[in-house]
Design a protein around this ligand. Structure first.
Ligand code: ADP
Ligand code: ASP
Ligand code: MG
Length: 407
């Protein structure tokens, strides 16, 4: 008998009819002799709707109350799923984050899971019940409901799979698996059979939202094998696992994009020790995560001035601008510029470690399309460029074609 953790995303449980269909699928797997733990997201659009309500009530809503509100999306879907199974004569029980003992840190809206005690889930499984767990939510040390950040049900599923020592964690979604790029953006995107944790981590953090980044960090740390597949089909999707497992022998394996960042530039920062720490300290103290950072002093300007640019999530842009404007004044910088009309385009591949010239090919491809590169950053297996947002689709398609990812 195998213990299987399955997660179904919002579009897969977006209506009563779809929830019924998912219930049928889960029941069929149970009948094959498996113990089933199902993690659900809120029904499609529900989390956005609840967030809109919170912002209608208050321009800067209290994060604790927002978590109380938006965690109800998942509460609805698990209860409906429980009812769907019971209507089919199958025993199922819905469990919320606190009942599943999904413990998190204190940060509302983007909490990290710090521990899980799956004893309740195990007891329910021992009584032959299908256990359906609300994704995206946990409980902090003060006993309050927390949420894990957008897309966080993936993390709930992977964390539960690890805590329960499940055979596999199946992520059911609205595409057939992990593709070489977003299949909704480029018709030539190709489904990959395997992706390494490392590549998936880079693809996710670069914007491939098919898997939430933290879920992959978790899977990598605890060796959870993930199978990403289509919720309406029975076909094999993509396996995310260790690199050794017959990975495709490619230099670049995927292209990702992220339109949810904004760039902040501080002009004429005094070129002296301590400035970068002051600027970034102000944003990190506010819990804002900085992604790309660039500082460069023009020749002849050493010891005088430098320009300093970095990117932050768009949701934190206004707060970061306010903080940085204050810091700029304190340190005597000239001005702060903000731009949220940007996109980050990234190419990812383990083969980059051993091949030269990949960056040049990327830059040349963008140049051939007349796309100006505004920031660049690299890691061992990823190269990212910030461009003007309206060229996103063009850039993704051109890079996908240039690196022949459809072959
Ligand atoms: P769910 O609601 O099931 O969690 P998401 O919307 O979070 O689903 O993630 C699935 C979406 O991710 C797809 O519809 C697709 O548009 C997008 N996506 C982005 N990059 C990729 C990629 N490389 N492979 C597959 N899907 C991708
Ligand atoms: N419902 C949450 C969201 O929309 C979590 C998830 O779907 O994974 O972000
Ligand atoms: Mg998702």
């Amino acid at each position: 008998m195998a213990l299987i953790v399955q997660k179904y995303g919002g579009t897969s449980v977006g209506s009563i009819e779809l929830i019924r269909r998912v219930a049928d699928k889960v029941i069929a797997r149970q009948h094959q002799g498996n113990q089933m733990v199902v993690v659900l997201s809120a029904m499609a659009g529900e989390t956005d709707r609840l967030l809109r309500l919170a912002h209608e009530m208050s321009p800067e809503p209290n994060l604790r109350e927002v978590d109380v509100l938006i965690s109800t999306g998942e509460q609805q879907s698990v209860a409906l799923f429980g009812l769907a199974c019971q209507a089919k004569g199958v025993e199922a029980v819905s469990i919320l984050g606190f009942q599943a003992r999904i413990e998190t840190d204190e940060f509302h809206g983007r909490s990290c899971i710090t521990g899980i005690d799956p004893v309740r889930i195990q007891n329910e499984l021992d009584q032959n019940r299908i256990v359906v767990v609300a994704g995206f939510q946990g409980i902090n040390g003060s006993g309050d409901v927390t949420t894990l950040g957008r897309g966080g049900s993936d993390t709930t599923a992977v964390a539960l799979a690890s805590a329960l020592k499940a055979e596999v964690c199946e992520i059911f979604t609205d595409v057939d698996g992990v593709y070489t790029t977003d299949p909704h953006l480029h018709p030539k995107a190709r489904k990959m059979r395997h992706v390494s944790y490392e590549e998936m981590l880079e693809l996710s953090s670069a914007g491939a939202k098919v898997m939430e980044t933290r879920s992959i960090e978790f899977a990598m740390r605890y060796g959870v094998r993930i199978h990403v597949r289509h919720s309406q089909k029975d076909e094999i999707g993509t396996i995310i696992s260790e690199e050794e497992e017959a990975m495709e022998d490619r230099i670049v394996s995927g292209v990702a994009y992220n339109k949810n960042e904004a760039r902040i530039t501080v002009l004429k920062v005094p070129d002296m020790p301590g400035m970068a720490a002051k600027i970034l300290g102000a944003v990190s103290d506010a819990g804002i995560v900085v992604d790309m950072i660039i500082q460069n002093t023009s020749a002849g300007q050493e010891g005088r001035n430098t320009d300093f640019s970095f990117t932050v999530p768009q949701t934190d842009f206004q707060q970061a601008m306010a903080l940085i404007t204050q810091v700029a004044e304190e340190i005597g910088a000239e001005r702060v510029l903000g731009d949220d009309n940007i996109a980050k385009i990234s190419i990812v591949g383990v083969g980059m470690r051993t091949h030269a010239g990949v960056a040049t090919k990327m830059f040349q491809t963008l140049a051939n399309e007349g796309i100006n590169i505004r920031m660049i950053s690299t890691s061992e297996i990823k190269i990212s460029c910030v461009i003007t947002q309206k060229y996103t689709e063009l850039a993704v398609r051109a890079l996908h074609d240039a690196f022949e990812l459809d072959k």
